[in-house]
Design a protein around this ligand. Structure first.
Ligand code: ATP
Ligand code: FE
Length: 373
């Protein structure tokens, strides 16, 4: 069985062909990151235009590299939710035309489910497991009980951690710093934080008084911005030209993000244990999304998992970010299970907003589990 996966939910045009074992036969990825970096954020119409320009070539390239002909495909899997409407629309339109033309089954994919399942392509991980997804657009904790069976324990109430790090990096003009010009905001902060002293700026960990698994990063960003403004005023310098304590601010910001993620994850583990939602014997936490490649954050999470007897799994960075591979893999999982497979002439629409699984955040809040600091 062979699956073509197509991803266009945000700013990456990705395609890949996988076989049933998860072997990647061919893949292609066109990233718009640099374009959006220069404009200081994603402009949806620009993202749409770039997807439009690249989708046919990216899919063709993945197919060519795999040596698989459309005739040999068992199905086409495509991200249809959640994401930017204009971006999702391009991938979906292309895919529906493709499956109609080649008379192939269509498998609509939930982008966050795909992120959560990617780890199973790389190693055997049995359901149920706990998953923390942290990226430029998301922050959530969920229990993966099956291929399309998730319990949502908590999610961000405002912005995602990657978004926060990108905004702080932009406010500090980090891309102008040596070795940072080609890095994402999060990578630049991780790089500079290595030389920084986080204790110089003791930012408050968000939501200390909320005993749930939700996240919030906007308040932290506000704290950091105020600190930067104060420093700039003190030194009588222009906005974005701070040099003196940039490393310390980077270290302190990274620490606050890590502490917040670790606290929420710790509570999620305790909640799952109390409710019997994870296997009693060596439960697993999977961490994915672009922010998961941060080594400091991984270490913070490792401290929690070690203390609670949980296995910590982080797929390599390449599989943590958006690509066609994870979408194709989700398609393979669906085919194996025999669920969510639609006929070639189906009409599917995309959904910009789509919660992951069954929302039990209220139950988590009600449990009000205290986490040791
Ligand atoms: P989503 O997957 O939610 O649609 P996205 O495509 O923006 O959003 P990813 O590509 O998974 O997300 O991740 C990109 C984000 O990860 C950016 O915000 C970037 O700053 C952040 N990031 C990448 N590397 C690191 C790192 N080493 N440390 C912290 N953050 C990082
Ligand atoms: Fe993603």
């Amino acid at each position: 069985r062979l699956v073509l996966g197509i991803e266009t939910s945000c700013d990456d045009t990705g395609a890949a062909v996988l076989d049933e074992t998860g072997a990647i036969l061919g893949e292609s990825l066109h990233s718009q990151k640099e374009v959006h970096l220069r404009s200081g954020g994603i402009i949806p119409t620009v993202a749409q235009q770039l997807h439009k320009e690249h989708i046919a070539r990216v899919v063709q390239e993945a197919m060519d590299r795999s040596g698989v002909s459309p005739r040999q495909l068992s199905a086409v899997a495509t991200t249809v939710k959640p994401g930017l409407a204009l971006s999702l629309g391009i991938g979906l339109k292309f895919s529906l035309e493709f499956v109609r033309h080649h008379n192939k089954p269509f498998i609509p994919i939930h982008h966050m489910e795909a992120h959560a399942l990617t780890v199973r392509m790389l190693q055997p991980v049995a359901f149920p497991f706990l998953v923390l997804l942290i990226s430029g657009g998301h922050s959530l904790l969920a229990v993966a009980r099956g291929v399309s069976d998730f319990l949502l324990l908590g999610q961000t109430l405002d912005e995602a951690p990657g978004d926060t790090l990108d905004k702080v990096a932009r406010r500090l003009s980090l891309l102008k710093h040596p070795h940072c010009s080609t890095l994402s905001g999060g990578q630049a902060i991780e790089h500079l934080a290595k030389e920084g002293d986080r204790s110089k700026f003791p930012f408050r960990t968000p939501m200390g008084q909320n005993y749930d698994c939700d996240f919030s990063f906007a308040g932290l960003r506000n704290q950091v911005t105020m600190t930067i403004m104060k420093k700039e005023t003190e030194e009588g310098i222009e906005q974005g030209s701070l040099l003196s304590c940039v490393n310390d601010i980077a270290a302190a910001t990274q620490h606050a993000v890590a502490a917040h993620l670790a606290k929420r994850t710790h509570r999620a583990i305790l909640f799952c244990k109390a409710k019997g939602l994870l296997p009693a014997c060596s439960p697993t936490l999977v961490v994915s999304g672009g922010v998961a490649s941060n080594q400091y954050i991984r270490k913070a999470l490792a401290i929690i998992t070690e203390a609670t007897g949980v296995n910590l799994l982080c797929p390599p960075a390449k599989f943590c970010t958006d690509n066609g591979v994870m979408i194709a893999w989700n398609g393979v999982e669906r085919l194996r299970e025999g669920t969510g497979i639609l006929p070639h002439n189906v009409d599917v629409s995309y959904e910009p907003k789509a919660p992951l699984g069954v929302d039990i955040t209220a139950e988590v809040k009600a449990a009000a589990i205290k986490v040791p600091s």
